[in-house]
Ligand binder design. Sequence first.
Ligand SMILES: [Zn+2]
Length: 125
Amino acid sequence: MAFKGTKLYSILGQKCPRCQEGSLFINHNPYKMTNWDKMHSDCPVCGLHYEREPGFFQGAMYVSYGLGVALSVAVLIADILVGFNALEFFIANTLALVFFAPLLFRWARAIYLNIFITYRPEARS
Ligand SMILES: [Zn+2]
């Protein structure tokens, strides 16, 4: 991709924030129900240990909350444009949050890792 080296590349591509080559998750498909949440413990390319300390990814829940609120606001705006009432918004929002839950989970972890780790292409071994 053209924007390699940016945090957006790492987040959207689910790549290691340090080398941007190794993948964060074992399976690339977030909707494969057997292992959608399984991460590599270390980057397969540069060896970066992803869980920086015990419970590190609990902080990603705050990012996930923010993403969930952003998604709900987007659904609200779409519902206002379509003319849905409150019950229809509730149903549409619930469906959107459930459908996008695996993606929000993965993006939250990638964003949280990218807060602490910067891109270093020389880290590749
Ligand atoms: Zn790496």
